[in-house]
Design a protein around this ligand. Structure first.
Ligand SMILES: Nc1ncnc2c1ncn2[C@@H]1O[C@H](COP(=O)(O)OP(=O)(O)OP(=O)(O)O)[C@@H](O)[C@H]1O
Ligand SMILES: [Mg+2]
Length: 192
């Protein structure tokens, strides 16, 4: 199946007059996708000439029909997939140069992808454990804050199977938020 180019259905509204204070610094681009094509090994053209700039403070939605390449583009933005042609730049540096350690992003997958054998609190702290963040009060506070943010306070000791589908997705969002990412990428959170 050949996918169409990503077509954001919510074009940016007219920004209106510039009301920033004189001398205020314009939001900087965080991420820039330029002329990206993605052709999978089986010949499927998933993206053709995709361009997207995300600036600080922006909330961007990608809308389009099933199979048009939304997940493909998100995965490329997250560094989970390679482009065929074109490039992705982060903070004015080439994507490949910055590497995954030079930026802080979190990715929430379409499914919750929680560890079924671990309680909610352990699931949420996973990225901090991977960063060897230790067991300080600060870490515990970050986990509490993330759980509170998604309305799961009091479910720390539950196993994923004891949560509803939506609650599992929210636990997955908490696991992303606990890292305090610069950029949060979320792929179709219909159940949350
Ligand atoms: N690993 C892969 N190998 C081959 N083709 C793929 C692969 N992953 C996705 N595709 C194809 O690329 C196209 C875009 O897929 P993608 O998953 O990015 O679409 P999507 O917009 O996220 O769709 P949906 O809304 O259904 O999640 C589809 O035609 C799909 O079949
Ligand atoms: Mg998808």
């Amino acid at each position: 199946m050949t996918a169409t180019k990503i077509m954001p259905l919510n074009p940016a509204p007219d920004p209106g007059p510039d009301t920033r204070e004189p001398g205020a610094i314009a939001p900087r681009p965080v991420l820039q996708v330029s002329g990206v094509d993605k052709i999978y090994g089986n010949g499927t053209v998933a993206l053709k000439g995709a361009d997207l700039t995300v600036k600080q403070g922006e909330f961007v939605s990608l809308l389009g029909p099933s199979g048009c390449g939304k997940s493909t583009l998100l995965r490329i933005m997250a560094g989970l997939g390679q482009v065929t042609t074109g490039n992705v730049r982060w903070w004015e540096q080439d994507y490949g140069v910055v590497g995954s350690r030079g930026r802080k992003l979190a990715f929430v997958f379409q499914n919750a992808t929680l560890m079924p054998w671990a309680r909610v609190r352990k699931n949420v702290r996973l990225p901090l454990d991977l960063e060897h963040a230790g067991k300080s009060e600060d870490v515990e506070q970050k986990i509490d804050d993330a759980l509170g943010m998604v309305g799961l306070k009091g479910f720390d000791n539950s196993f994923p199977r004891e949560l509803s589908g939506g609650m599992q997705m929210r636990a997955s969002i908490a696991r992303a938020m606990v890292t305090e990412p610069n950029l949060l990428l979320m792929d179709e959170l219909r159940g949350a």
